[in-house]
Design a protein around this ligand. Structure first.
Ligand SMILES: Nc1nc2c(c(=O)[nH]1)N[C@H]1C(S)=C(S)[C@@H](COP(=O)(O)OP(=O)(O)OC[C@H]3O[C@@H](n4cnc5c(=O)[nH]c(N)nc54)[C@H](O)[C@@H]3O)O[C@H]1N2
Ligand SMILES: Nc1nc2c(c(=O)[nH]1)N[C@H]1C(S)=C(S)[C@@H](COP(=O)(O)OP(=O)(O)OC[C@H]3O[C@@H](n4cnc5c(=O)[nH]c(N)nc54)[C@H](O)[C@@H]3O)O[C@H]1N2
Ligand code: SF4
Ligand SMILES: [Mo]
Length: 754
């Protein structure tokens, strides 16, 4: 903890790269932040966002105390008063309309937060509403769902073994800017350069010549939304030219012949014009993939958030398998996280219930966020009347923002756990303040499951919380208590916390795949005595995990051991895990899951969009979705929320660089400054998401100066991946036109103001 002058080591929780930071403080103030050179994973690397934790912590706009809204005015209140108000609001709705009338939206920072990862499931279970949504269905759910069907667990995602591969095919991802996603690895540029230095090739397929593409040995433009055709024609070539490799996994796989049959219909010569790559290029990619000593195919946002997201994610793994690269060094591999992975299975977590209005299937315990606004604005039993957001900004991040904004006007009650008064939380009745990353402990429970090496690193809080300030897990357990039958208070928090650890221990001692199977629970409770909250849960998971001390059975990991190793512990490179990792009913890799195979029929029918112009998104190194636009250190420089167009499109539309254009989709309209660039494919426009800070009631002074436009007024909630329900955020048909009159610059958005 902080006193006088200190140096603290911790991982950065802002993105998936998990860089080690060295944080210098004097008397409770951060003086400066550097990369931790002794971190075994990041070795001193950090990006500009790492430094910004200082400004985030000291940001005067950040919410530090519970707040209640009366009309348009906000008042600071005690936690007690805030919880009383939340209890009245949520229980009132539950009593009148039932539990499904409470909708919940969980945003991205929850997966970077130990409290969110460990305690939100408890809150959701107690709440018992089907209306659970998250940022996952505007993101990676297709990849998780493909993994659920193929390997039996949604977190069994094969990760590119980037440090050992010789050929890396990156489709629809920009890891140089995003710092990698579903591929935790700090210093992506360094790792990709090493790949090239050892004679490997980096090949990028993207409608934009991105920073990653500029580093690559080859870059190919692709028409947005057509990756399914490209991937199938690569697969076709592999079979057609006899390039598939007899796999060491042949005895562990079902469905190869079915896949081979399907691939027949996708010859590169037919698919080339659909996706915009020529057939010889496609065949060459297939040949190179096959002849490389080892290779990894990797796809991310560009392949997930489109109409065939699940099919794409599956095809990527199929190609990795048939080229002999699944579960193999230098190919794609499964992690062995220190906190253990899933070890038991109760069947697929898909379509166990459907959404009320459109009948969309449940996906991994939640409903696609594309249904959120219709569940709010369509009357009837089960209509969402109260809304809970935790670390989310759905108004800027989910499709058809205008409809969602209108729908939210009819809510009877809303509570947010957040650190800013932003486009979403401004509509809450109560805001409960989330501590900053420096006031809480940290462990990357999610991302060490998706990491290119097995790593374990615990970070204690840098600063003490203020007297009386609640940690986020305590806020979440108070909410759990109040949606149940309990009074929200410390006793309830303790009771639920104790019950949870007891439940976990009992589950594991009855699970014959757990290292603590059949142990006496007393030994385990005793060993954990004196601990509470996330630290106790984490200690338990580490000790009962694959490298753990298994409660004094061997010399192994524990929270104490991690505390003694403040730079983190490298547990080594990834190791082959098939068949032990598989949790499918058959115990095999299912290469041809029924639901995915069915969707191939749709792929065959829907060649591609007829629109002249397709909209995609992009990311910037100095930004992170919607919520870090209030930090001056990141926001300096030129306006980044622009529409990128190719100069030939500019010419056709008679729009010059820097002029204002009108962009229209099926659901919305906005005005945005155009930036002409040769780096984008003709026929494609790109606007970054997470902007549109000009709405009334937002209290983010710096962000408001660079308000930009909300691209999600253009995304259509009716367009989604047919299987997972994930929204189409890439490949949205748009019309772009020049604005004739000299209207105000800087993104005045007509559709946006309500
Ligand atoms: N600096 C920064 N880092 C971040 C974030 C951030 O906002 N800023 N956000 C974090 C989050 S939440 C995530 S999920 C990750 C995302 O990580 P990435 O997926 O690596 O990031 P994106 O920039 O979304 O990359 C998607 C790429 O797909 C391309 N693309 C669009 N449509 C298509 C298509 O149809 N086909 C193909 N092949 N490509 C297409 C886009 O041009 C873009 O280059 O980044 C994380 N890291
Ligand atoms: N068009 C388009 N839309 C997109 C995308 C795209 O590429 N294009 N990308 C999508 C993706 S990949 C993602 S992940 C989503 C992100 O979508 P969201 O998760 O909805 O939005 P964020 O911008 O990440 O907002 C995070 C919120 O959490 C708060 N916060 C930050 N840290 C904490 C914390 O520790 N605790 C709590 N309680 N609150 C905290 C912030 O103040 C902010 O309000 O956007 C998606 N939307
Ligand atoms: S790359 Fe990600 S984890 Fe590393 S410093 Fe930047 S934001 Fe933090
Ligand atoms: Mo994301």
């Amino acid at each position: 903890m902080d006193s006088a002058k200190n140096v603290h080591y911790r991982t950065c929780p802002l993105c998936e790269a998990t860089c080690g930071l060295e944080i210098h403080t004097v008397n409770g103030e951060v003086t400066h932040i550097e990369g931790d050179k002794q971190d075994p994973f990041s070795k001193g690397y950090l990006c500009p966002k790492g430094f910004s934790l200082k400004e985030l912590h000291h940001d005067p706009d950040r919410i530090r105390e519970p707040m209640i809204r009366k009309g348009t005015e906000w008042f600071t209140v005690s936690y007690e008063e805030a919880f009383k108000e939340v209890r009245k609001g949520l229980r009132g709705v539950i009593e009148k309309h039932g539990r499904d009338a409470v909708g919940v939206y969980l945003g991205n920072p929850n997966v970077h937060n130990l409290s969110g990862m460990l305690y939100l499931p408890i809150f959701l279970r107690e709440l018992g509403s089907r209306n659970q949504y998250s940022a996952s269905t505007v993101d990676q759910i297709p990849k998780q769902l493909a993994a659920e069907f193929m390997y039996g667990s949604d977190f069994s995602i094969p990760i590119p073994d980037i440090d050992r591969t010789h050929y890396f095919l990156v489709i629809g991802a920009n890891p140089i800017v995003s710092n990698g996603s579903l591929m935790t690895a700090p210093n992506m540029r360094g790792r990709l350069k090493s790949l090239q230095e050892r004679g490997g090739r980096l090949v990028v397929v993207d409608p934009v010549r991105t920073a990653t593409a500029k580093l690559a040995d080859e870059h190919h433009f692709i028409k947005p939304g057509t990756d399914g055709y490209l991937l199938f024609s690569i697969l076709h070539t592999l079979f057609d030219e006899g390039l598939t490799k007899e796999s060491h996994l042949a005895d562990h796989v079902n469905g190869l012949s079915e896949v081979k049959k399907l691939a027949k219909d996708f010859p590169p010569e037919k698919m080339a014009s659909v996706c915009g790559l020529d057939s010889e290029t496609i065949r060459t990619i297939a040949r190179d993939l096959s002849s490389a000593t080892c290779a990894a195919v990797y796809g991310r946002m560009g392949t997930c958030t489109q109409a065939f997201g699940t099919v794409n994610s599956w095809l990527i793994d199929v190609i990795n398998y048939v080229t002999g690269n699944l579960d193999r060094e230098g190919g794609v591999m499964f992690t062995t996280p220190a906190t253990g992975g899933r070890t038991s299975k109760k069947g697929y977590r898909f379509n166990r219930f459907r959404s009320r209005v459109s009948g969309m299937p449940e996906v991994l315990g939640e409903l696609p966020v594309s249904c959120l606004s219709e569940e709010m604005d369509t009357p009837g039993e089960g209509q969402i009347k109260a809304f809970v957001t935790v670390a989310g900004n759905p108004v800027l991040s989910t499709p058809n923002s205008k409809r969602l904004q209108n729908a939210m006007e009819n809510l009877e009650f809303m509570v947010s756990v957040d650190c800013y008064l932003n486009e979403t939380t401004r509509k809450a009745n109560v805001i409960l303040p989330a501590p900053t990353p420096l006031e809480r402990s940290h462990y990357d429970l999610s991302f060490y499951q998706l990491s290119v090496r097995n790593i374990s690193h615990y970070s204690p809080p840098v600063f003490d919380k203020k007297e009386g300030q609640l940690d986020e897990w305590e806020i979440l357990l108070n909410l759990t208590a109040l949606v149940g039958e309990e009074e929200p208070d410390q006793d309830a928090v303790t009771k639920i916390d104790d019950a949870t650890i007891e439940y976990l221990i009992k589950k594991d001692i009855n699970n014959d795949r757990s290292p603590i199977y059949d142990r006496d629970p007393k030994d385990i409770f005793e060993a954990l005595e004196g601990q509470t909250g996330p630290e106790r849960m984490l200690d338990y998971m580490l000790r009962s995990g694959p490298y753990g001390d298994h409660f004094k059975q061997q010399d192994g990991l524990s929270l104490k051991k991690l505390e003694e190793n403040s730079h983190g512990i490298d547990l080594g490179a990834l190791k082959p895990r098939i068949p032990e990792v598989l949790l499918t009913h058959t115990g095999k890799v299912e290469l041809a899951p029924e639901l995915i195979i069915k969707d191939v029929t749709r792929l065959k029918k829907e060649a591609s969009s007829q629109s002249d112009m397709l909209l995609i998104g992009r990311r910037n190194l100095r930004s992170n979705n919607s919520w870090m636009h209030n930090l001056p250190v990141l926001m300096k420089g030129k306006d980044r929320c622009t529409l990128w167009l190719h100069p030939t499109d500019g010419e056709k539309l008679e729009i010059q660089d820097g002029e204002l254009a009108e962009v229209q989709s099926e659901v919305g309209l906005l005005e945005v400054i155009v930036e002409l660039t040769n780096d984008i494919m003709p026929g494609v426009g790109s606007i970054p998401h997470g902007y549109g800070h000009g709405l009334s009631g937002v209290k983010m002074t710096v962000a408001k100066e660079n308000k930009g436009v909300n691209t999600n007024v253009l995304s259509d909630e009716k367009r989604h991946d047919a299987i997972s329900g994930t929204a189409v955020l890439n490949g949205i048909p748009i019309k772009v036109s020049k604005i004739k009159s000299g209207r105000e610059k800087h993104g005045a958005v007509r559709t946006e103001s309500i």
